[in-house]
Write a protein that binds this ligand. Structure first.
Ligand code: NDP
Length: 255
């Protein structure tokens, strides 16, 4: 129970990586604020969390992270319910795959708005509460596309590269408030987002797996241990860094 008496706000918590991390944090004792735009998915996560951990509290908030007023409401409701926020995980995100020469400006903007601006808004609003308490952990979910060029990912890579640098800046700025801000960069994780790309023939699982030293694509549960580490006091001297969780894909210089 490394997160007993902690309050964790998780965006993108309705499914996939955010859902798995939320369930994992609850197992370690955290109470949860689950955020996405789809009520039914949040309800399903809450049911799973309470079945496994009946003593946990779970607040659901429908929120589009690009909507500043809604993000401020997340802050207000979180403080009204729990009085504080200890952990913020920014997992809300969308993919955007297009040849760069054909990438529509509105799609570029949508990707930047959700992945980067949404992350900033959440950090700013919940970060101010952490500053008041002189304590906090922020985990931003970036991507291996922030580290390496992948074709047709101009908007997505730029958004995730932006998140990486946002994290570093906040880590430096907020270290004096005892707030640690770190990234997790997942590799290729089988979620609804990636399954759609597999179905469209954009991702070829066998080809991808062959290039991953671990020999397989990831599962959302592969992110849970790293997220618990970065949420807990085990990582109090870790800030401004990126934990790459990709089965060795980035390290692999072969093929
Ligand atoms: P999913 O599509 O499975 O889940 C995305 C989550 O984000 C959903 O809960 C979705 O809910 C929520 N979301 C999307 N847009 C918004 C929004 N505007 N406001 C609030 N919530 C939103 O994706 P993954 O679990 O795969 O991805 C999670 C994060 O991990 C993303 O940031 C993604 O970029 C990143 N990532 C994923 C990788 C992978 O291989 N899967 C690899 C590297 C990074 P709803 O649509 O209902 O709002």
């Amino acid at each position: 129970m490394r997160l007993a008496n902690k309050t964790a706000v998780v965006t993108g918590a309705g499914r996939g990586i955010g859902g798995a991390i939320a369930r994992g944090l609850a197992t370690e004792g955290a109470d949860l604020v689950l955020i996405s735009r789809t009520r039914e998915e949040l309800e399903a996560q809450k049911t799973a969390i309470l079945e496994a951990n009946p003593e946990r509290k779970c607040l659901l908030i429908e929120c589009d992270v690009t909507d500043e007023a809604s993000v401020k409401e997340v802050r207000r409701k979180t403080i009204a319910e729990f009085g504080k926020v200890d952990i913020l995980v920014n997992a809300a995100g969308i993919s955007m795959v297009a040849d760069s020469e054909k990438l529509a400006t509105e799609n570029w903007q949508k990707c930047i708005d959700i992945n980067l601006t949404g992350t900033f808004l959440m950090c700013r609003e919940l970060g101010e509460e952490m500053i008041k308490n002189k304590r906090g952990k922020i985990i931003n979910i970036t991507s291996v596309t922030a580290h390496a060029g992948i074709p047709m990912r101009a908007a997505y890579s730029a958004s995730k590269g932006g998140v990486m640098q946002l994290t570093q800046t906040l880590a430096v700025e907020w270290a004096k408030y005892n707030i640690q801000v770190n990234n997790i960069s997942p590799g290729f994780i089988i979620t609804e987002m990636v399954q759609k790309l597999i179905d469209q023939g954009i991702h070829k699982p066998e080809k991808l797996s062959a290039r991953i030293p671990a020999g397989r694509m990831g599962y959302p549960e592969d992110l849970v241990g790293p997220a618990i580490f970065l949420s807990s006091s085990d990582s109090d001297y870790v800030t401004g860094t990126t934990l790459i969780v990709d089965g060795g894909w980035l390290a692999n210089g072969y093929l």
